[in-house]
Write a protein that binds this ligand. Structure first.
Ligand code: HEM
Length: 429
C-alpha cells in the first residue's frame, strides 16, 4: 500500500476505535473524541462521578481530582511523553533526509531531567518577577496601541486577543515586526494538532507549518549571530554556542508558540466570562487589582490548557488503583480546577474567590509554566484596558470555538463597541 494511503488508513482506524470506545462511555476516549468545540465541563463531571482514578478500556487512566493531578505532576516517577506516544500516531517529520524540528514535540516541555533541567534553566532568567516588572510598561503600551485602532464592530480575537501576546513574545524573542503576521497562521495549525493528529490533511498542514518555521528561525538565528540585540534569540545564539541546532530551534519555538497560543485564549475566555457575568464589567474596568483576581478566576474556571498526560516509569499505586509502568495518566486540569474539595461552589465565576490561585491551569512541579507570570500580567492589563476603553462592549454575532480538545478558547468573537461613549470613571493604572 502506498505510504500516504497507509497513513490515512491508520488515522481512520484510530478515529473509529476511539469513537467506538467513547460511545460505550469510556472516559479517555470521551475526552479525545468529543466534538472539539463543545463545552467539555459536563463530560468532566461524568468522569468525576466515576471516581478519582478512572481506568479506560483503552489502557489509559483519567483523573479529575485536584489532589491527584497535583501529586502526579510533582512525582518524579512520572515522565512527560514523547509526542509520538501522546498523539498515538507517529508524526516525526523529515525534509530532504533531515529531521525537521517540531517546536513542541522536540522542546523541553516534552523532555525529562536532566535534559529538561538544562534547557529550562537557559530561559528562566527572562521570566523572573524582576524581568517581568521591567516589561510591564511595554505590555501596557502594546495593549493601548491595539485598542487605539479599534472602534465600532471588530473581532476581539483576531484584532486584539491574539495581537497582544504575539507582539509581546515576538519582542521578547527579537522577531522583526514584518514577520509577526506569520505566527497567527502557524500557531493555529500547531494548536489544532496538539491533542493529536487525526487526519492526513492535518498532518500535511502541520508538516508545512513546521518546515516554514524551521526556515524562518534558522534565518533569524543567523542574523542575530551577526548582529546581536537585547533579546532571547540573540542571548541563546551568542551565550550558549554549545547548544545543538535542534535545541535552539525547539526552545525558541516553544517560547513563541506557548507564549501566544495560550494567552490569546486567556483573553478571549476572559471577555466571554465578562459577557456572561455583566456585574463584573464595571469593577474590571475600574480596578487593576480586581482585574488580577478576574484573570485568576478565568484561569480556574475555563483554563486555556484543559489537560496534560504523564507516563509512570514504574508501577505506581494511586488512590487505591495500581497503574502499570508506561500507561498514560490523563490529568484533567480543567476538572481539577472545579474539584469541590478545594473550591467552594466550584462552577460559579467569582473573581473575588480567595483561593482561586490554587488552580492547576499552569500545571505544577518541574513543568510548571515558565510564562505564568507574563501571561497573568498580559491578561490582567488586556482585560482591564479593554473594558475601560469600551464599557459597552457587547457580543455581535456567533462565536466560533477553537477546534481543539486540549486548547480551549474562541477562534472568532465578533463584538461591537463605541469608543466615543464616555468611558467609566476609572482609577489610573
Ligand atoms: C494563559 C496562558 C498560559 C497557560 C494556560 C499555559 C499553560 C501551561 C501548562 C499547563 C504547561 C505545562 C504542561 C504540562 O505540565 O504538561 C505550560 C508549560 C510551559 N509554558 Fe505555558 N501557559 C501559558 C502561557 C505561557 C507563556 C506566555 C509562555 C512563554 C512566554 C509559556 C511558556 C511555557 C513553557 C516554556 C512551558 C514548558 C515548561 C517546562 O516544561 O518546564 N506559557 N504552560
Amino acid at each position: 500500500m502506498p505510504s500516504t494511503l497507509k497513513t490515512a488508513a491508520q488515522f481512520f482506524a484510530l478515529r473509529s476505535l476511539v469513537r467506538g470506545y467513547a460511545l460505550i462511555g469510556d472516559p479517555y476516549a470521551g475526552v479525545m473524541s468529543s466534538p472539539p468545540d463543545r463545552d467539555p465541563y459536563a463530560m468532566y463531571e461524568k468522569v468525576r462521578a466515576k471516581g478519582d482514578m478512572v481506568r479506560s478500556r483503552m489502557g489509559a487512566y483519567v483523573t479529575p481530582s485536584r489532589e491527584l493531578c497535583d501529586s502526579v505532576l510533582r512525582d518524579p516517577r512520572f515522565l512527560t511523553a514523547t509526542f509520538d506516544e501522546a498523539s498515538m500516531v507517529s508524526i516525526t517529520l523529515v525534509q530532504d533526509g533531515h529531521k525537521v524540528v517540531n517546536p513542541v514535540q522536540d522542546s523541553f516541555l516534552m523532555k525529562n531531567p536532566p535534559d529538561h533541567t538544562r534547557l529550562r534553566k537557559l530561559v528562566q532568567p527572562f521570566f523572573t518577577p524582576r524581568a517581568l516588572k521591567d516589561r510591564t510598561a511595554s505590555i501596557q503600551k502594546i495593549v493601548t496601541g491595539y485598542l487605539d485602532r479599534l472602534d465600532g464592530r471588530f473581532d476581539v480575537v483576531e484584532e486584539f486577543a491574539s495581537q497582544v501576546p504575539i507582539q509581546v513574545i515576538a519582542d521578547l524573542l527579537g522577531v522583526p515586526d514584518d514577520d509577526k503576521a506569520l505566527f497567527a497562521r502557524w500557531g493555529s495549525s500547531l494548536a489544532e494538532t496538539l491533542d493529536g493528529v487525526w487526519s492526513y490533511k492535518q498532518l500535511k498542514g502541520l508538516h508545512a507549518t513546521i518546515v516554514e518555521y524551521n526556515d524562518f528561525i534558522d534565518g533569524l538565528m543567523a542574523e542575530r549571530r551577526r548582529n546581536p540585540q537585547d533579546d532571547i534569540v540573540s542571548h541563546l545564539v551568542t551565550q550558549h554556542e554549545d547548544l545543538s541546532r535542534e535545541d535552539l530551534v525547539a526552545t525558541t519555538g516553544l517560547l513563541l508558540f506557548a507564549g501566544f497560543e495560550t494567552t490569546v485564549n486567556l483573553i478571549s475566555n476572559g471577555v466571554l466570562k465578562a459577557f456572561e457575568n455583566p456585574h463584573t464589567v464595571a469593577p474590571l474596568a475600574q480596578s487593576p487589582e480586581y482585574a488580577e483576581g478576574f484573570v485568576e478566576e478565568v484561569l480556574r474556571l475555563d483554563p486555556p490548557v484543559q489537560y496534560t498526560i504523564r507516563w509512570p516509569r514504574e508501577r505506581v499505586e494511586l488512590a487505591g488503583v495500581s497503574v502499570p509502568k508506561g500507561m498514560p495518566v490523563m490529568l484533567l486540569l480543567a476538572a481539577a480546577n472545579r474539584d469541590p474539595r478545594t473550591f467552594r461552589d466550584p462552577h460559579r465565576f467569582d473573581p473575588t474567590r480567595s483561593n482561586a490561585r490554587e488552580h492547576l491551569a499552569f500545571s505544577a512541579g518541574i513543568h510548571y509554566c515558565v510564562g505564568a507570570g507574563l501571561s497573568r500580567i498580559e491578561g490582567a492589563i488586556a482585560l482591564h484596558e479593554l473594558f475601560k476603553r469600551f464599557p459597552d462592549l457587547a457580543p455581535d454575532g456567533p462565536i466560533a470555538r477553537r477546534r481543539s480538545r486540549l486548547i480551549r478558547g474562541a477562534l472568532r468573537l465578533p463584538v461591537r463597541a463605541n469608543a466615543s461613549k464616555r468611558p467609566l470613571a476609572v482609577k489610573s493604572t
